[in-house]
Design a protein. Structure first.
Length: 85
């Protein structure tokens, strides 16, 4: 398992695959290659579910499993500001 970084935007809202233990599925568009990547989130999945929104930018760190899915182990979402007039 070679850990690697990935930057991109969320193309879909996270979906719950399993409840116990919590396992999420999300699609991310790689900002460098513009490739759509299937991702799984297990570590801190509840926090990821709370913070993730479709279209938000994220910096991810993880590895690919045998099914060519990117398993996210660490993540950070870029802050977005909303201007209220």
């Amino acid at each position: 398992m070679e850990q690697q970084p990935l930057n991109g935007t969320l193309e879909s809202d996270p979906r719950t695959i399993k409840l116990s233990p919590l396992l999420l599925y999300v699609k991310i568009r790689n900002s460098k290659t513009n490739e759509l990547i299937n991702c799984l989130v297990h570590v801190h999945a509840l926090d990821f579910l709370y913070r993730a929104e479709k279209g938000s930018t994220a910096a991810l760190f993880g590895h690919y499993n045998s099914r060519k899915q990117f398993v996210i182990t660490k993540y950070a979402f870029c802050a977005t500001t909303v201007a209220i007039a």
